[in-house]
Design a protein around this ligand. Structure first.
Ligand SMILES: [Cu+2]
Length: 239
């Protein structure tokens, strides 16, 4: 084979490997029924929290009118974990964690910061769905003025981690650490997109904070798009 032919073949194989065999897996996540633990307004006790906003309430559910369910982490089991190139940020704003749900590949470093001019403590536990959580870390973050107080924390092990604040008991956030490069978090319209999935047959899982057990199904990804939809049942909350 001459050099030109070999280069052409090489380029074609590269295109196949990097583009042709990659798919976007998309889906829609919904909630069936009305959960018993509907969100309630929070009566904040810290005057430094900006708690006068009308939607200051617990954060169990972010749902749309037709049952669209946001903040569901959907991932495909397989591939090699790819730590994020840009450090994700979990902020404390108005005495709530923002965002409420974050998903990362294991090996990713996350900036945990406090923008509020008050004291928070960031108390991380590994959540097992049922049973007692495992204590992971607990540090104070006081912020008096200037840029937010910040701490970088690396997460090396797959886990569902719940962040709470012991000063403001309503505060919580979720960090899902995955041994996979293929994941997404559902948006307010319930849609989720997982980009760049290699061809293959996989197990797909969908996790929401109010259910102990993720939903799962199989998906076959073959040269193009694939679809996975999940419906959570409000009757199974806590299970
Ligand atoms: Cu706090």
């Amino acid at each position: 084979m001459n050099t030109t032919k070999s280069l052409t073949l090489g380029a074609a194989m590269l295109a196949l490997l990097t583009g042709g065999l990659r798919a976007d897996v998309t889906g829609k996540i919904t909630l069936k029924g009305t959960p018993a633990n509907a969100d309630k307004p929070i009566k904040a006790t810290d005057p430094k929290c900006k708690h006068d906003k009308p939607d200051f309430k617990t954060e169990n559910w972010k749902t749309g009118a037709a049952g669209e369910l946001a903040e569901v982490v959907v991932w495909i089991e397989g591939g090699t974990a790819a730590p994020a190139a840009t450090m994700p940020v979990i902020d404390q704003v108005g005495c709530q964690y923002v965002p409420h749900v974050t998903a990362i590949s294991k090996g990713t470093t996350v900036t945990i910061q406090n923008t509020d001019v008050t004291l928070h403590n960031v108390h991380g536990v590994e959540w097992h769905g049922k049973g007692a959580p495992t204590q992971l870390f607990n540090f104070a973050q006081i912020h008096m003025s200037g840029p937010p107080s910040a701490k970088n924390q690396k997460f090396d092990k797959p886990a569902v981690i719940k962040l709470v604040c012991d000063v403001h008991p309503w505060m919580n956030a979720w960090l899902v650490v995955l041994d996979s490069p293929w994941f997404g978090v559902s948006a307010e319209d319930g849609t989720v997109k997982i980009a760049g999935v290699a061809d293959g047959e996989y197990t797909v899982k969908a996790w929401h904070s109010q259910f102990a057990t993720p939903l799962e199904q199989k998906v076959k990804v073959a040269g193009g798009a694939a679809t996975v939809n999940f419906e959570f049942d409000a009757a199974n909350v806590g299970k």
